[in-house]
Ligand binder design. Structure first.
Ligand SMILES: Cc1cc2nc3c(=O)[nH]c(=O)nc-3n(C[C@H](O)[C@H](O)[C@H](O)COP(=O)(O)OP(=O)(O)OC[C@H]3O[C@@H](n4cnc5c(N)ncnc54)[C@H](O)[C@@H]3O)c2cc1C
Length: 400
């Protein structure tokens, strides 16, 4: 795309970028200079976080250390967060962890895989009090850091735990929290899933929803089919006027597009996500690509979930190198059906694929094997040891 050195800037170490780094470890053109801007030295694998909450996995087991991948991929790491993109001047603005100064990073080719966020202003408008009074599941690293404090508290006194949001992440988290606090806390803690109105798992087919409900009943988890209107010191306020007294409200509601995309000059969808074409390339800027929860396909909108971010990884890696080398880009077709493995605490899970569904301990063991194989794959990358391409587990897992 240009003579001399091309600067590829990767924003975020999300699912697809981990695969781009692995690909760069195998093949790194000499005239390519790669930088990763991401706040953490590791990437937390969200699919295993419910297992961490349940006490089955340690923090190390659910995090991919980035240093070996970066070294193998000859990629520089800048520890910080993107706070703006100036696409006209091909620059990204960023801040370090404890630094108010805004720095600029120039790029020739930009790839964005920063995930979705909980936007403070929108959260304040949609659910007043949530920011001050809840423990959100996102950002996931912060949640992973704070969860042990909940366990410690449950060892001192019984807790009332409410998970607000009954999508897949909320469902898995309430099962996991119940399992952990019943095993490691003093007796008497209670667990509630606040659905916002519909049945738990509204995105699932009726057969799977029925399985989820049976399992929730079996585990003694209360379900409140109510919208949560605000949260304060007294508890979680519901649309029917009731107040759920609650020690630990966990927030598992839907996410937003990052506000720093506004004013970037990039084409965005109505909700503010980067609009991309079938090559995962910005519809407005040919030198910008985006994947995962931060993006929306203009031709093929699909749910925001790890599985789609993962599937986009190999085509993204191909297209970044193709753009660099002036080769044709390859279209990426997101899958119609994906295998979805929903854990209900460790030891039991529900599988679904299109109209088919099943459940049992074997589903959990299957999920566990897939997840561990993935971690072994990306945690095992060292310089000159990138190994053959192996599919990501969430390739084989779920759509959320
Ligand atoms: C508890 C839980 C369990 C889940 N389980 C599953 C599951 O089993 N299967 C599934 O398909 N989905 C699951 N999901 C959803 C899944 O986590 C997301 O859809 C998926 O992580 C999106 O991937 P991504 O690559 O877009 O971004 P992410 O995985 O969110 O990665 C984003 C990266 O960008 C970095 N970053 C963020 N902001 C910035 C910034 N401003 N500048 C630079 N870097 C930044 C982050 O630190 C991170 O490295 C789960 C979600 C939760 C909360």
């Amino acid at each position: 795309m240009r003579s001399g050195i091309t600067r590829l800037l990767l924003l975020g170490a999300g699912h697809a970028h981990v695969q781009v780094l692995a690909e760069l470890a195998r093949h790194h053109p000499a005239d390519l200079q790669v930088t990763l801007l991401s706040p953490h030295p590791s990437q937390t694998y969200s699919g295993m976080v419910p297992g961490l909450v349940a006490g089955r996995y340690s923090v190390d087991e659910v995090q991919i250390p980035l240093a070996p991948l970066l070294q193998a991929a000859h990629t520089r790491w800048v520890a910080g967060r993107c706070v703006g993109i100036d696409s006209a001047n091909t620059q990204v603005h960023w801040q370090g962890p404890d630094d108010d100064t805004v720095h600029a990073l120039p790029y020739d080719l930009l790839s964005i895989d920063t995930g979705a966020v909980l936007d403070r202003e929108r959260l304040d408008a949609e659910l007043p009090g949530a920011r001050e009074h809840t423990l959100p599941l996102r950002p996931i690293d912060a949640f992973v850091g704070l969860w042990p404090e909940v366990v410690e508290l449950a060892q001192q006194r019984p807790l009332s735990v409410a998970v607000i949001g009954a999508g897949a992440a909320g469902i898995e988290t309430v099962f996991a929290a119940a399992q952990r606090l019943r095993a490691d806390g003093v007796p008497g803690s209670t667990f509630t899933l606040v659905t916002g109105g519909p049945e738990p798992g509204p995105g699932y087919i009726p057969g799977v929803r029925a399985r989820i409900q049976r399992r929730l009943r079996r585990e003694g988890i209360h379900v409140l089919r109510e919208a949560c209107t605000r949260i304060d010191d007294t508890g979680v306020h519901l649309a029917n006027g009731a107040v759920l007294r609650c020690d630990v409200p966990l927030l598992a509601i839907g996410t937003h597009a990052p506000t720093w995309l506004r004013g970037s000059g990039l084409a965005l969808d109505d909700a503010g996500h980067v609009l991309v074409n079938r090559f995962q390339q910005s519809t407005s800027h040919a030198n910008v690509f985006a994947v995962g929860d931060v993006s929306t396909r203009d031709d093929h909108p699909h749910p925001r979930s790890g599985v789609y971010a993962v599937r986009a990884g190999p085509p993204l890696a191909h297209n970044l190198l193709a753009a660099l080398e002036g080769r044709p880009l390859k279209p990426h077709w997101p899958p119609g059906y994906t295998l979805n493995l929903l854990s209900c605490g460790t030891g039991f899970a529900i599988a679904s694929w299109g109209p088919l569904h099943a459940q049992g301990a074997w589903v959990w063991r299957w999920k566990d094997r897939i997840d561990r194989a993935f971690m072994a794959r990306y945690c095992g990358v060292h310089a000159n040891n990138a190994g053959p391409r192996v599919p990501h587990p969430e390739d084989e897992r779920r759509a959320r």
